[in-house]
Write a protein that binds this ligand. Sequence first.
Ligand SMILES: Cc1cc2nc3c(=O)[nH]c(=O)nc-3n(C[C@H](O)[C@H](O)[C@H](O)COP(=O)(O)OP(=O)(O)OC[C@H]3O[C@@H](n4cnc5c(N)ncnc54)[C@H](O)[C@@H]3O)c2cc1C
Length: 322
Amino acid sequence: MSGILAFALHYEGAYNKNSLGGVSEAARQAQALGTEAHAVVVGDVSDELAASLGNYGVTKVFRARDVPEGLAQPVVDVMAKVMQDNGQDYALFGGGLLGFEIGAGLAARLNAGVTMEVTQVNAVDGKLTAERPIHGDSSISTSSYKDRGIIIGRLNAFDTAAPSGVSAEVQDVEVALSPFSTKATMVKRGEARGEDIDIEGADYLVAGGRGLGKPEGFELCEALAEALGGAVAATRAVVDAGWYPYSTQIGQTGKTVSPKLYLAAGISGAIQHKVGFQSAENIVAINKDANAPIFEYTDLGIVGDLNKILPKLTEAVKAKKG
Ligand SMILES: Cc1cc2nc3c(=O)[nH]c(=O)nc-3n(C[C@H](O)[C@H](O)[C@H](O)COP(=O)(O)OP(=O)(O)OC[C@H]3O[C@@H](n4cnc5c(N)ncnc54)[C@H](O)[C@@H]3O)c2cc1C
């Protein structure tokens, strides 16, 4: 058998949006190759929830009930076994940090090629190729695979198909986890859903970076965003540090926005951040370093301490509105 295997992440009885995009893309590409797409789910997934992935085009769902959801290594064990037993040529992930981790581990385990941040997949001469933007999104690099290929999408790169009403066959699999895969245990799981914070639809975005100094620094951004009637965004540096939710990250590996105003506070202006908001109508930056790269592309640059400037701006906006 050949085919494409996708991983579907779930939380509280619903699938993650990026996972559904990945599952849908696997099905589209399988159709183009004239083969089948399958999915893997782990943990506590009901028959109904597992079978519902058929809505997005997969014909079979491999379910490993005893394997914890949310950790990468146990899923690597499951996907490697499913691919070895069933002969799928490709694994496809919708994106997100867990997908990156599982995909990288799977590539190492199977000695397969891996491409991350993929924005387009093509079926060419019976094989898949993957396109990913490089050099700050100014060029596209295309990967093909000698043998097996692991394709990991950029967040939101793949569209979720409209549900077809078709159910997938569900097959339970038993997988003996590698000793190193059980070293980490899940203490607590939570998920910040992007939909709760509509930063893509906001006209005014106040974005915070490492210059905020600490997680509580975001209170300054929140106060200004509230006065403006906008939302708060963040850089990857602060998201990775756990200061603010991942769903607010702007840039190459985050969201792309084009608000009326993008106010960047304590952000250096790295190219990977810039590509996420460069089409904003007005870009304003506050940075204490007059040589910060962000000042090269702002409409208005304010050199100074954000701790002093943000509260004053908030007061000024409130006064004007009130
Ligand atoms: C493959 C790849 C993908 C990436 N994707 C993304 C992405 O999607 N989004 C993203 O944001 N980044 C991304 N990055 C990371 C990016 O390269 C930068 O590291 C990151 O954007 C820097 O975040 P920052 O501006 O918050 O922090 P820093 O670069 O540390 O900048 C902090 C700034 O705050 C200023 N500052 C400090 N104190 C104050 C103060 N009191 N008042 C005013 N200013 C102050 C400093 O002068 C400095 O300019 C990616 C990197 C790679 C390699």
